[in-house]
Design a protein around this ligand. Structure first.
Ligand code: SF4
Ligand code: SF4
Ligand code: SF4
Length: 169
């Protein structure tokens, strides 16, 4: 027992023990950082479009954790993603609708739509309603103008039009 006390005291005096304790703490906080970044990244749309000002969803998640940047910089994610991020991070909802850079609204040509539901799967904010083999339509208040529904549509029946109002709810 005496040997253990002597060895511990020696390590402490030499500064080795504090360094070891500190590095364990650093590793723990680094682990927390990684977990938080992963959780934030999982809530982002993963389109890697860069509209948030970062080169992808993961870099934006890292900026949120490391630099406390605003949570409303992801237009494709829309208001729903802001809410999810605020819930995850325990922040109060601040009614901050993400900017819609081009201020566009998706419109579906009902004559051409074949009801394949591919656009529904692509929309990150559930702005498209309709079911298989049925007409599909866009809820203007929810559409963030991200254009993510355009590429999957096999009959090119979705167009983007100017849109002035994005409702904050
Ligand atoms: S704007 Fe949103 S979807 Fe696009 S890269 Fe940034 S976090 Fe990802
Ligand atoms: S542009 Fe298309 S994918 Fe984007 S929010 Fe509007 S309906 Fe959804
Ligand atoms: S992807 Fe195009 S065709 Fe398919 S449901 Fe959506 S709008 Fe209609």
């Amino acid at each position: 027992m005496l040997e253990l006390i002597v060895a511990t005291t020696a390590l402490y005096l030499l500064g080795i023990l504090p360094a070891l304790l500190l590095s364990g703490k650093d590793e723990a906080s680094q682990g927390d950082r990684e977990i938080t970044i992963t959780a934030i990244d999982a809530l982002l749309p993963q389109t890697q479009c860069g509209d948030c000002g970062y080169p992808g969803c993961l870099p934006y998640a890292q900026a949120i954790v490391d630099r406390n940047v605003p949570l409303n910089l992801c237009p494709p994610g829309g208001d729903a993603t802001v809410r999810k991020l605020e819930n995850l991070l325990g922040k109060p909802y601040r009614h901050t609708t993400p900017p819609a850079p081009e201020n566009l609204l998706a419109v579906i040509d009902e004559e051409t739509c074949i009801g394949c539901i591919k656009c529904i799967d692509a929309c990150p904010v559930d702005a498209i309603v309709g079911s298989a083999k049925q007409l599909h339509a866009v809820i203007p208040e929810y559409c963030t103008g991200c254009k993510l529904c355009l590429p999957p549509c096999p009959v090119d029946c979705i167009t983007m039009i100017p849109h002035k109002t994005h409702i904050t709810f």
